[in-house]
Design a protein around this ligand. Structure first.
Ligand code: HEM
Length: 158
């Protein structure tokens, strides 16, 4: 069981690192680089990268939910784990994760595809782009807070 728990914990960590790390990489390195390219080169690139990242993102989320639920079942009974400081931090972590899922759904299936069919250079395109970038940054910030909550859980064992 120790090996099983270690593998599950590793998958949870790798999924968090891949998802949040992917968002950090995009915000800090990829987007500033793409910003200087012409729309004719940039847009097909963003579209292709977006589709690939979408698969990675949803795979990571599924892995986090599955392994996280397993980890909770190993910690204790469902009622008591939501009590005390551990329960409060866990509830916040799950709430922020749900918000990230909602924002990721909107980004992957509404705002992202909407931006790729808008015409670059128009006011509509600029507005959609601003909105997409703003909420992507909010999502990244939430991801950082979720990982901080995970660190706090470690400091506040049940
Ligand atoms: C989807 C629902 C999730 C559940 C049910 C869940 C549950 C858990 C549990 C029970 C732990 C162990 C806490 C402890 O130390 O006792 C944990 C650790 C962790 N979680 Fe999650 N988690 C979820 C989502 C996420 C997400 C979305 C991220 C990051 C984006 C994340 C990142 C982490 C990290 C980095 C740790 C390791 C903390 C450490 O080892 O010190 N989790 N999670």
């Amino acid at each position: 069981m120790v090996w099983m728990d270690a593998v599950i914990h590793w998958v949870h960590l790798m999924a968090a690192a891949t998802w949040v790390g992917g968002m950090i990489f995009t915000a800090l390195l990829l987007n500033p680089l793409l910003k200087n390219m012409s729309p004719e080169i940039r847009m097909p690139l963003i579209r292709a990268l977006g589709v690939r990242f979408k698969y990675a993102e949803w795979g990571c989320l599924a892995a986090l939910a599955l392994t996280g639920t397993y980890k909770l079942s190993r910690i204790g009974a469902w009622g008591p784990i939501f009590e005390g400081s551990f329960g409060a931090i866990l509830s916040l972590k799950l709430l922020l994760t749900a918000a990230m899922v909602a924002l990721s759904l909107l980004h992957s299936f509404l705002w992202g595809p909407g931006l790729t069919v808008a015409t670059p250079g128009t006011e509509d395109f600029a507005r959609l782009r601003r909105r997409t970038i703003f909420w992507a940054r909010v999502n990244l910030s939430l991801g950082l807070v979720v990982v901080f909550c995970a660190a706090l859980l470690r400091m506040n064992p049940l």
